[in-house]
Design a protein around this ligand. Sequence first.
Ligand code: 6PG
Length: 502
Amino acid sequence: MIGCGSMGGGMALLFAEDGMQVALSDPSEEAMDAVIAKAEQSGYNGRMTKHKDYDSLCKSLSSPRLLIFSLPHGNVGDKVLEGLLPHLSRNDIVLDCGNEHFANTERRQEKVKNTGIRYVGCGVSGGYQAARAGPSMCPGGDVSALKELLPLLEKVAAKDKAEKPCVGIIGKGGSGHYVKMIHNGIEHGMMSAICEAWGIMRKMGMEYEEIGNVFSQWNSEGELRGTFLISIGADLSHKREPGNDGKAKEDPNNHPLVLSEVLDKVVQDVTGEEGTGIWSNTEAIELHVPASTLNVAHALRLASAFRGDREKANDAFDGGFPPAQMDINDKTAFLEDLRKATYAACLASYIQGFNIIARADQEHKWEIDYSQVWQIWRAGCIIQADYISDEILAPVLKSKPSSDDLNLNFSSRVAQDVRRCFPALRRVVGKAIETDQVVPAISATLEYFKIISGTDLPTSFYEAELDYFGSHMFDKKGDGDKEVKKPMEGKHHFEWKPATSQ
Ligand code: 6PG
């Protein structure tokens, strides 16, 4: 296990728990000692060794060696691989379990190709606790390596309700890391929608615990049932500081709600350590996939991170546009609308994520096995959503879907839910906008479903303007979609403003 931080350390313990011998490597001896101490506390004595250099690490392993990376993405992985290579032999496997960019994974796969060393990119989801208890894992790369690895990974991966492991062979190349990256893009869309719903409930005058109870209810039945992010939302809404006497008790002054003390600032490392959310959105844009729920979720997170800038703009705007208290006549009915609107945004996040994966899969020829993508997201991961998995994804993904099937917007089952939720979504957005609530992902979802299914978009005017100033050319009504293969064939141009003679 190379990298003994919270994820690597957790996975090392998980493997040891399963009876395996684990050799640790980390620049911090303290980090390795902490993992070994935990192993000993848990009774896995003698199953872990620590190594200060790659020579000792690699000599301690039988062949073919399995080297698991749990490292930050980018240069670190390159340096570690570079350092390891002289000590590795043909058929050894590197299983990269970090949140690595798929292009780095593919570059490394290419680098080791002629050495016979096999480099597998494996997304690991569920956070540090799942790393210890059993994460959802999505490995991609060399098929021979994946087949060798699978029995091992199946032992430690999360298990769904039918006790099936949430791991499987995803596809070739960097597909494993790609799918994990999009998992995180979906995660961010869902988290935005859920926090926006929470903000609305706060402005409806609801207390933290009451909102927690609503989330519990949402998680127990209906379209949001079994949604991990809703379930933890219910849990964290009730958590209080231990207080001075060290015990959580009912005195609210002594035991404030932890959530009430959390600042509205979701930082990500913007100094060059780009994260999966950024990559997911970059990919959507580069692959020409409309993914507005994911895009604006990311924008909200970015704006939130720059708290100082928001404070300055707030001064400039003389107090800005703070959300007003909402005056809701029928609270039960509005909460039901809000539940449906939140579901619509979670569903849209999934749809957009799959559209990005499908487009990339076609481009990179990864031959992704979508039934495995379905399986790995059944449990253990952050975007686990039982209703979406059972009702929406299973019918499509379990039987070898065509690329058309993968566009869930063409599915009659999705259409049924979108049509049912759309009026509620419209009412929530309308009311939220009237009262200046912050609802980027929820309102972008309303727009998304309108634009992806609209056949009379205002973009006729957009196209005409482009033709006016840029001779962009346009299709005439009735030309349909025939431009796909040869973009300019059959296009029209009109001299909107005849050139003045010189
Ligand atoms: C998971 C999470 C996890 C997390 C990352 C990214 O599946 O366990 O997706 O990978 O989200 O730590 O964090 P950022 O969202 O800050 O990039």
